[in-house]
Design a protein around this ligand. Structure first.
Ligand SMILES: Cc1ncc(COP(=O)(O)O)c(C=O)c1O
Length: 495
């Protein structure tokens, strides 16, 4: 009998005996050793053995027979032995088509990239604020009382849905009622629910090229046929959409991820028109529209959507923090009930206490104050980044996507992909984390580029990071000259 060392001795002994019964070493109806004998053999007290036998009896694996000790239950059958071959092949073969497709996705571009580097220009991470976290903790304690211990409403905490409606009307021009708003566990769950409700295997879904990797993963795992459509400086190139309408079109119009471009008003109208004519649904991923530095924000697609084809998704991952895992969907009427049903089947509703805390946060305008502060801090960080690269901008770097969000794109006009690899490796040797944009493209763009996140580093560190980047760039460019023909070709393409 092997004791596993976990918990009290009598529990360990009971587990060891249970294993012996289940794998057939102790036969059905067979007598267990007397408590005195087993205690002596194992060098434990009789009470330990008695306790273990009692547990076995409670689990109906053994019965105490007055006068003749404890026996293994008559109906206990050792489970059929699984041949080792099956065990090995079940590891190799995915249990379902979904699992097989999910296995093929791979680990993801960002898995651990540059995590340990001191000056990591990581994109996708929000501004962290210690006072905000303190305020959140206080709200959470109060929210526990107001939300109570019962099951939440699957569609979401009503007061939260009400404040979201108010917020959307004021800030995004979206008018909706509480019953249109579905609270979900992050944008990620919004993708899953939309896929579940709208797609069968093989259905066409348009994704932007370049694209958000987590959206691609979810849709692929659901068996969608992905149709990548190019993005230019005005956003998705609508006239290149397939002639036969896809079921779903996923877009990031306020700040295309990752190129950073903002979809023009004309394109928005064109896209809505296409979706209405083709009977396609649009998922508008409005993940970081609150952070805008130049000009007025354009209206959300949903606010222009007369045909009711747009599922609007807003997340609190960037405006508050991603560990919260809360987002919302504004659902078109025709699929509202289906989306709500899918959410209920998925998890019976998001955690009520977090939702109640968030409602209080939004209601008290603390959230909007926090946004204003964040925008001014982000603006300073963005400025530091751009100023730090000033010597290169216009010559070796072309900046794009700087009007909004928490990262900019730096196109490296004087490097090829081999030069880019050298640049990233050299930067890492100097504790600087750089992240290329091309993994998010179907076909790598002509010119390599970097995604430079500025939310994660305070000003002083950003200054150091840009100085390091400038140095590395100068060194690599001097040892990696591009041919004049390539430079001319890039210049012709506006690079
Ligand atoms: C394009 C895009 N959409 C959505 C999100 C937010 O996702 P979630 O709400 O699941 O945290 C991100 C986060 O980086 C993103 O880049």
């Amino acid at each position: 009998l092997d004791l596993d060392g976990r918990g009290a001795l009598f529990e360990q002994l009971a587990r060891a005996l249970k294993r012996a019964i289940l794998d057939g070493r102790l036969l059905a109806n067979g007598r267990l050793p007397s408590t005195r004998f087993l205690a002596m053999r194992l060098g434990v007290s009789r009470n330990t053995v008695l306790g273990a036998y009692e547990l076995l009896c409670a689990e109906q694996l053994a019965v105490a027979v007055p006068g003749s000790g404890t026996r293994v239950t008559a109906t206990t059958r050792p489970p059929a032995k699984i041949p080792t071959k099956v065990l090995v092949s079940s590891k190799a073969r995915a249990p379902s088509r979904y699992a097989a497709r999910a296995r093929r996705l791979g680990p993801g571009t960002l898995a651990r990239a540059g995590r340990d580097l001191r000056y990591n220009l990581q994109y996708g991470e929000p501004l962290m604020s210690a006072p905000l976290f303190q305020a959140w903790r206080r709200k959470l304690a109060a929210a526990a009382l107001s939300a109570g211990p019962g099951y939440p409403r699957p569609g979401g905490y009503l007061p939260l849905r009400a404040v979201i409606c108010d917020y959307l009307a004021r800030r995004r021009g979206v008018t909706c009622a509480e019953e249109d708003v579905l609270i979900v566990g992050g944008t990620q769950q919004a993708f899953t629910l939309a896929a579940r409700v709208l797609l069968d295997e093989g259905d066409a879904v348009v994704l932007e090229d370049p694209h958000y990797e987590m959206a691609l993963g979810t849709l692929r795992a659901h068996g969608a046929r992905i149709v990548s459509t190019r993005v230019d400086a005005q956003g998705l190139v609508v006239h290149e959409l397939p002639p036969r309408g896809p079921r779903l079109i996923c877009v990031t119009p306020s700040h295309q991820f990752p190129s950073g471009e903002v979809m023009s008003f004309a394109r928005r109208v064109e896209l809505l028109d296409y979706a209405a004519r083709q009977d396609s649904w649009i998922l508008e991923d409005d993940y970081d529209s609150e952070f805008r530095y130049e000009g007025r924000p354009l209206p959300a697609l949903r606010s222009l959507d007369l045909a009711d084809r747009v599922i609007y998704v807003g997340s609190f991952s960037k405006t508050l923090f991603p560990s919260l895992r809360l987002a919302y969907m504004v659902c078109p009427a025709a699929i509202r009930e289906d989306l709500f049903r899918a959410k209920r089947l998925d998890d019976l509703g998001s955690p009520a206490i977090d939702q109640a805390a968030l409602a209080a946060f939004l209601r008290g305008r603390r959230f909007e104050k926090h946004l204003l502060k964040s925008i001014s801090e982000l603006r300073r960080r963005r400025q530091t980044l751009l100023e730090g690269l000033n010597g290169h901008i216009g010559t070796s770097i072309k900046i794009a996507g700087a009007a909004a969000g928490m990262h900019v794109v730096a196109w490296l006009r004087r490097l090829d992909y081999a030069g880019l690899s050298r640049l990233i490796a050299m930067a890492a040797e100097r504790d600087l984390g750089l992240h290329p944009i091309h993994p998010y493209y179907r076909t790598p763009p002509l010119c390599p580029g970097l995604l430079l996140g500025f939310a994660g580093l305070p000003i002083a560190q950003l200054e150091k990071a840009t100085a390091l980047l400038s140095q590395c760039l100068t060194e690599v460019e001097s040892t990696w000259p591009l041919s004049p023909q390539i430079l001319a070709l890039r210049a012709n393409l506006g690079m």
